[in-house]
Design a protein around this ligand. Structure first.
Ligand code: GLY
Length: 356
Protein backbone atom coordinates (compact mmCIF):
# COMPACT_ATOMS: atom_id res chain seq x y z
CA UNK A 1 0.00 0.00 0.00
CA UNK A 2 1.28 3.50 -0.80
CA UNK A 3 0.59 5.88 2.09
CA UNK A 4 0.41 9.51 0.99
CA UNK A 5 0.80 12.74 2.97
CA UNK A 6 1.75 16.38 2.32
CA UNK A 7 5.15 16.35 4.03
CA UNK A 8 7.25 13.40 5.16
CA UNK A 9 10.10 13.95 7.59
CA UNK A 10 12.63 11.14 7.53
CA UNK A 11 13.98 10.97 11.07
CA UNK A 12 12.38 11.29 14.50
CA UNK A 13 15.19 12.96 16.43
CA UNK A 14 15.10 16.46 17.82
CA UNK A 15 15.38 18.06 14.39
CA UNK A 16 12.65 15.90 12.82
CA UNK A 17 10.25 16.38 15.73
CA UNK A 18 10.93 20.13 16.03
CA UNK A 19 10.21 20.53 12.34
CA UNK A 20 7.04 18.47 12.58
CA UNK A 21 5.74 20.68 15.41
CA UNK A 22 6.72 23.87 13.57
CA UNK A 23 5.05 22.78 10.33
CA UNK A 24 1.82 21.75 12.09
CA UNK A 25 1.67 24.97 14.08
CA UNK A 26 2.06 27.04 10.90
CA UNK A 27 0.03 25.09 8.32
CA UNK A 28 -2.94 22.80 7.95
CA UNK A 29 -1.19 20.21 5.77
CA UNK A 30 -0.57 16.65 6.90
CA UNK A 31 2.86 15.81 8.31
CA UNK A 32 4.28 12.33 8.81
CA UNK A 33 7.49 11.51 10.69
CA UNK A 34 9.14 8.21 9.84
CA UNK A 35 11.52 6.83 12.45
CA UNK A 36 13.35 3.54 12.62
CA UNK A 37 13.75 3.85 16.38
CA UNK A 38 13.00 7.08 18.25
CA UNK A 39 15.23 6.14 21.16
CA UNK A 40 18.39 5.92 19.02
CA UNK A 41 18.30 9.57 18.01
CA UNK A 42 21.23 11.71 19.13
CA UNK A 43 18.77 13.80 21.17
CA UNK A 44 18.55 10.92 23.66
CA UNK A 45 22.29 10.99 24.11
CA UNK A 46 23.30 14.63 24.36
CA UNK A 47 23.78 16.51 27.62
CA UNK A 48 21.42 19.29 26.53
CA UNK A 49 23.94 22.14 26.64
CA UNK A 50 22.99 25.31 24.80
CA UNK A 51 26.58 26.35 24.46
CA UNK A 52 27.60 28.42 21.44
CA UNK A 53 30.20 30.23 23.52
CA UNK A 54 31.52 27.31 25.55
CA UNK A 55 31.75 25.17 22.40
CA UNK A 56 34.07 27.94 21.05
CA UNK A 57 32.19 28.29 17.79
CA UNK A 58 34.07 31.09 16.11
CA UNK A 59 33.27 31.23 12.41
CA UNK A 60 30.59 33.74 11.49
CA UNK A 61 27.78 31.81 9.84
CA UNK A 62 27.79 29.00 12.41
CA UNK A 63 28.14 31.40 15.35
CA UNK A 64 25.25 33.48 13.94
CA UNK A 65 23.11 30.38 13.56
CA UNK A 66 23.90 29.18 17.09
CA UNK A 67 23.36 32.58 18.73
CA UNK A 68 20.12 33.03 16.85
CA UNK A 69 18.91 29.66 18.08
CA UNK A 70 19.96 30.34 21.67
CA UNK A 71 17.99 33.59 21.49
CA UNK A 72 14.90 31.69 20.27
CA UNK A 73 15.12 29.07 23.03
CA UNK A 74 13.22 30.69 25.83
CA UNK A 75 10.10 31.42 23.73
CA UNK A 76 10.33 28.06 21.97
CA UNK A 77 10.43 26.25 25.31
CA UNK A 78 7.53 28.32 26.71
CA UNK A 79 5.46 27.37 23.68
CA UNK A 80 6.29 23.67 24.05
CA UNK A 81 5.70 23.68 27.80
CA UNK A 82 2.33 25.35 27.44
CA UNK A 83 1.31 22.98 24.63
CA UNK A 84 2.22 19.89 26.65
CA UNK A 85 2.43 20.75 30.34
CA UNK A 86 5.87 19.11 30.41
CA UNK A 87 8.58 21.03 32.25
CA UNK A 88 11.65 20.69 30.04
CA UNK A 89 14.41 21.59 32.49
CA UNK A 90 15.39 24.69 30.53
CA UNK A 91 17.80 26.52 32.83
CA UNK A 92 19.83 29.64 32.08
CA UNK A 93 22.51 28.45 34.47
CA UNK A 94 25.53 29.72 32.50
CA UNK A 95 28.64 27.75 31.59
CA UNK A 96 32.04 28.01 33.25
CA UNK A 97 34.93 26.86 31.05
CA UNK A 98 38.00 26.22 33.23
CA UNK A 99 41.46 25.61 31.71
CA UNK A 100 44.74 24.10 32.89
CA UNK A 101 47.02 26.51 31.00
CA UNK A 102 46.67 30.28 30.82
CA UNK A 103 45.84 31.19 27.21
CA UNK A 104 47.83 33.80 25.27
CA UNK A 105 44.76 35.88 24.60
CA UNK A 106 42.58 36.89 27.49
CA UNK A 107 39.21 38.13 26.29
CA UNK A 108 36.07 39.32 28.02
CA UNK A 109 34.50 36.75 30.34
CA UNK A 110 37.95 35.64 31.66
CA UNK A 111 38.33 34.78 35.36
CA UNK A 112 41.84 34.41 36.78
CA UNK A 113 42.86 31.64 39.18
CA UNK A 114 41.70 33.30 42.37
CA UNK A 115 38.48 34.53 40.82
CA UNK A 116 37.48 31.21 39.31
CA UNK A 117 38.13 29.21 42.49
CA UNK A 118 36.17 31.75 44.47
CA UNK A 119 33.35 31.82 41.95
CA UNK A 120 33.08 28.03 41.84
CA UNK A 121 34.28 26.15 44.93
CA UNK A 122 35.66 22.60 44.68
CA UNK A 123 37.24 22.92 41.23
CA UNK A 124 40.38 20.87 40.52
CA UNK A 125 43.55 22.40 41.99
CA UNK A 126 45.30 22.45 38.56
CA UNK A 127 42.80 24.92 37.11
CA UNK A 128 44.48 28.26 36.39
CA UNK A 129 41.49 30.28 35.22
CA UNK A 130 38.62 30.10 32.80
CA UNK A 131 35.79 31.79 31.00
CA UNK A 132 32.33 32.47 32.33
CA UNK A 133 29.52 32.49 29.78
CA UNK A 134 26.38 33.56 31.66
CA UNK A 135 24.11 33.36 28.61
CA UNK A 136 24.82 29.73 27.78
CA UNK A 137 22.17 27.43 29.19
CA UNK A 138 20.81 23.88 29.27
CA UNK A 139 17.69 21.84 28.74
CA UNK A 140 16.89 18.33 29.97
CA UNK A 141 16.82 16.71 26.56
CA UNK A 142 16.71 13.02 27.56
CA UNK A 143 14.13 13.13 30.31
CA UNK A 144 11.91 15.97 29.16
CA UNK A 145 12.48 17.89 25.92
CA UNK A 146 12.21 14.97 23.56
CA UNK A 147 9.06 13.77 25.38
CA UNK A 148 7.54 17.24 25.12
CA UNK A 149 8.27 17.41 21.40
CA UNK A 150 6.77 13.98 20.83
CA UNK A 151 3.66 14.84 22.82
CA UNK A 152 3.26 18.19 21.06
CA UNK A 153 3.61 16.50 17.69
CA UNK A 154 0.95 13.90 18.55
CA UNK A 155 -1.43 16.50 20.00
CA UNK A 156 -1.05 18.64 16.88
CA UNK A 157 -1.94 15.69 14.65
CA UNK A 158 1.47 14.70 13.30
CA UNK A 159 1.47 11.10 12.13
CA UNK A 160 4.43 9.62 14.06
CA UNK A 161 5.45 6.26 12.61
CA UNK A 162 8.02 4.26 14.55
CA UNK A 163 9.72 1.05 13.32
CA UNK A 164 9.69 2.37 9.78
CA UNK A 165 13.12 1.99 8.21
CA UNK A 166 13.52 3.89 4.97
CA UNK A 167 15.43 1.65 2.61
CA UNK A 168 15.47 3.69 -0.56
CA UNK A 169 14.61 7.21 -1.67
CA UNK A 170 13.33 6.74 -5.22
CA UNK A 171 13.77 9.63 -7.66
CA UNK A 172 12.61 10.54 -11.14
CA UNK A 173 13.36 13.71 -13.11
CA UNK A 174 14.90 15.61 -10.17
CA UNK A 175 12.10 14.73 -7.78
CA UNK A 176 11.65 12.23 -5.01
CA UNK A 177 8.79 9.98 -6.09
CA UNK A 178 8.50 7.40 -3.30
CA UNK A 179 10.15 6.10 -0.17
CA UNK A 180 10.62 2.36 -0.05
CA UNK A 181 10.51 1.18 3.57
CA UNK A 182 10.26 -2.04 5.55
CA UNK A 183 6.56 -1.12 6.03
CA UNK A 184 5.68 -0.47 2.40
CA UNK A 185 5.84 2.63 0.25
CA UNK A 186 5.28 6.20 1.42
CA UNK A 187 4.90 9.28 -0.75
CA UNK A 188 4.41 12.99 -0.18
CA UNK A 189 4.47 16.34 -1.94
CA UNK A 190 7.61 17.28 -0.01
CA UNK A 191 10.28 15.35 1.91
CA UNK A 192 12.74 16.45 4.60
CA UNK A 193 15.85 14.42 5.32
CA UNK A 194 16.46 14.74 9.08
CA UNK A 195 17.95 11.32 9.69
CA UNK A 196 20.93 12.47 11.79
CA UNK A 197 23.89 10.11 11.80
CA UNK A 198 22.02 7.76 9.42
CA UNK A 199 21.42 10.39 6.72
CA UNK A 200 24.47 9.30 4.76
CA UNK A 201 23.04 5.78 4.48
CA UNK A 202 19.95 7.11 2.72
CA UNK A 203 21.25 9.83 0.43
CA UNK A 204 24.58 11.00 -0.93
CA UNK A 205 25.30 13.54 1.81
CA UNK A 206 28.58 13.32 3.74
CA UNK A 207 27.11 12.62 7.18
CA UNK A 208 28.80 9.99 9.34
CA UNK A 209 28.42 8.86 12.95
CA UNK A 210 30.71 10.24 15.66
CA UNK A 211 30.20 8.16 18.79
CA UNK A 212 29.82 9.72 22.23
CA UNK A 213 29.83 7.80 25.53
CA UNK A 214 28.33 9.45 28.60
CA UNK A 215 27.41 8.71 32.18
CA UNK A 216 25.64 10.32 35.08
CA UNK A 217 26.17 10.53 38.83
CA UNK A 218 23.88 11.84 41.54
CA UNK A 219 24.60 14.32 44.33
CA UNK A 220 24.23 12.35 47.59
CA UNK A 221 21.36 13.22 49.93
CA UNK A 222 23.89 14.36 52.53
CA UNK A 223 24.29 17.65 50.60
CA UNK A 224 21.81 20.24 51.79
CA UNK A 225 22.10 22.16 48.52
CA UNK A 226 23.45 21.44 45.06
CA UNK A 227 27.24 21.89 45.08
CA UNK A 228 27.23 22.72 41.36
CA UNK A 229 24.68 25.10 39.90
CA UNK A 230 26.30 25.88 36.56
CA UNK A 231 27.77 23.76 33.80
CA UNK A 232 31.52 23.09 33.80
CA UNK A 233 32.93 22.83 30.30
CA UNK A 234 36.51 21.62 30.62
CA UNK A 235 39.04 20.35 28.11
CA UNK A 236 37.33 17.40 26.38
CA UNK A 237 34.90 17.02 29.27
CA UNK A 238 31.71 18.63 30.45
CA UNK A 239 29.77 18.29 33.68
CA UNK A 240 26.13 19.29 33.54
CA UNK A 241 24.21 19.53 36.83
CA UNK A 242 20.43 19.20 36.67
CA UNK A 243 18.23 20.89 39.24
CA UNK A 244 17.20 17.57 40.83
CA UNK A 245 20.76 16.51 41.70
CA UNK A 246 21.56 14.44 38.61
CA UNK A 247 24.93 15.31 37.06
CA UNK A 248 25.56 14.37 33.42
CA UNK A 249 29.17 13.81 32.34
CA UNK A 250 30.26 13.73 28.72
CA UNK A 251 31.46 12.83 26.29
CA UNK A 252 33.90 10.82 24.24
CA UNK A 253 34.35 11.74 20.57
CA UNK A 254 35.05 8.53 18.64
CA UNK A 255 35.35 7.74 14.97
CA UNK A 256 34.26 4.08 15.21
CA UNK A 257 31.26 4.01 12.87
CA UNK A 258 28.11 2.60 14.43
CA UNK A 259 29.99 0.44 16.97
CA UNK A 260 27.61 0.31 19.95
CA UNK A 261 28.03 0.02 23.74
CA UNK A 262 30.13 1.58 26.48
CA UNK A 263 33.80 0.59 26.68
CA UNK A 264 36.19 0.45 29.66
CA UNK A 265 38.46 2.97 27.92
CA UNK A 266 35.54 5.31 27.31
CA UNK A 267 34.34 5.19 30.92
CA UNK A 268 37.89 5.57 32.21
CA UNK A 269 38.48 8.65 30.07
CA UNK A 270 35.21 10.26 31.13
CA UNK A 271 35.83 9.68 34.83
CA UNK A 272 39.49 10.74 34.77
CA UNK A 273 38.66 14.02 33.06
CA UNK A 274 35.61 14.73 35.20
CA UNK A 275 37.43 14.06 38.50
CA UNK A 276 40.37 16.24 37.42
CA UNK A 277 37.94 19.06 36.65
CA UNK A 278 35.68 18.66 39.67
CA UNK A 279 37.17 16.23 42.21
CA UNK A 280 34.18 16.47 44.55
CA UNK A 281 32.20 14.07 42.36
CA UNK A 282 34.64 11.18 42.80
CA UNK A 283 32.50 9.70 45.59
CA UNK A 284 29.08 10.41 44.09
CA UNK A 285 27.05 7.31 43.17
CA UNK A 286 27.01 6.47 39.47
CA UNK A 287 23.48 6.43 38.08
CA UNK A 288 23.60 5.49 34.41
CA UNK A 289 25.78 4.95 31.33
CA UNK A 290 24.76 5.52 27.72
CA UNK A 291 26.17 6.14 24.28
CA UNK A 292 25.01 7.39 20.90
CA UNK A 293 25.99 8.77 17.55
CA UNK A 294 26.35 12.44 16.62
CA UNK A 295 25.74 13.27 12.96
CA UNK A 296 29.17 14.49 11.86
CA UNK A 297 30.03 16.26 8.59
CA UNK A 298 33.50 16.96 7.09
CA UNK A 299 33.46 20.62 8.23
CA UNK A 300 31.41 19.91 11.39
CA UNK A 301 28.63 22.20 10.15
CA UNK A 302 25.04 21.17 9.46
CA UNK A 303 23.56 20.58 6.03
CA UNK A 304 20.45 22.72 5.66
CA UNK A 305 18.03 23.76 2.96
CA UNK A 306 17.51 22.91 -0.68
CA UNK A 307 18.85 19.70 -2.19
CA UNK A 308 19.46 18.87 -5.84
CA UNK A 309 15.86 17.56 -5.92
CA UNK A 310 12.93 19.97 -6.12
CA UNK A 311 10.88 18.35 -3.35
CA UNK A 312 13.60 17.29 -0.91
CA UNK A 313 15.00 19.56 1.83
CA UNK A 314 17.94 18.80 4.11
CA UNK A 315 17.98 19.34 7.88
CA UNK A 316 20.79 17.13 9.09
CA UNK A 317 24.46 16.93 10.17
CA UNK A 318 24.10 19.05 13.33
CA UNK A 319 27.05 17.21 14.94
CA UNK A 320 27.57 18.57 18.52
CA UNK A 321 24.84 21.19 18.36
CA UNK A 322 21.53 19.51 17.51
CA UNK A 323 19.80 20.42 20.77
CA UNK A 324 20.90 24.05 20.49
CA UNK A 325 20.04 24.35 16.81
CA UNK A 326 16.56 22.78 16.90
CA UNK A 327 14.55 26.04 17.16
CA UNK A 328 16.42 27.91 14.42
CA UNK A 329 16.45 24.87 12.13
CA UNK A 330 12.67 24.46 12.54
CA UNK A 331 12.12 28.17 11.93
CA UNK A 332 14.34 28.53 8.84
CA UNK A 333 13.31 25.25 7.21
CA UNK A 334 9.65 26.06 8.01
CA UNK A 335 10.05 29.44 6.29
CA UNK A 336 11.65 27.76 3.29
CA UNK A 337 9.07 25.01 2.84
CA UNK A 338 5.90 26.88 3.78
CA UNK A 339 6.70 30.37 2.46
CA UNK A 340 9.51 29.80 -0.06
CA UNK A 341 11.66 32.23 2.01
CA UNK A 342 15.35 31.39 2.08
CA UNK A 343 17.25 33.11 4.88
CA UNK A 344 20.76 34.27 3.90
CA UNK A 345 22.12 32.11 6.71
CA UNK A 346 21.00 28.94 4.95
CA UNK A 347 23.42 29.65 2.09
CA UNK A 348 26.41 28.84 4.30
CA UNK A 349 25.05 25.38 5.04
CA UNK A 350 24.19 24.24 1.52
CA UNK A 351 24.73 20.57 0.75
CA UNK A 352 26.79 21.31 -2.40
CA UNK A 353 29.55 23.17 -0.51
CA UNK A 354 31.45 19.88 -0.35
CA UNK A 355 31.79 19.52 -4.15
CA UNK A 356 32.03 16.03 -5.66
N1 GLY B 1 27.37 18.84 22.49
C1 GLY B 1 28.36 18.13 23.14
C2 GLY B 1 28.73 16.86 22.53
O1 GLY B 1 28.34 16.56 21.41
O2 GLY B 1 29.45 16.11 23.14
Amino acid sequence: MNQSTDIIIIGGGIIGLSLAVELKLRSSGSVTVLSRNFSEAAAHVAAGMLAPQAEAIESAPMLDLCLRSRALYSDWISKLESLTGIETGYWQCGILAPVYQTPEQITAFWLNKDAIHQFQPNLGAEIVGGWWYPQDAQVDNRRALIKALKMAAIDLGVNLRENVAVQEIQQHQSQVTTLITNQGQFSASHYILAAGAWAGNLFSVPVAPVKGQMLSVRVPNSFSELPLQRILFGENCYIVPRRDGLIVIGATVEDVGFTPEMTPAGVNTLLDRAIRLYPLLKDFPIEEFWWGFRPGTPDELPILGASGLTNLTFATGHYRNGILLAPVTAKLIGDLILEGKSDRLLEAFRWDRFGD
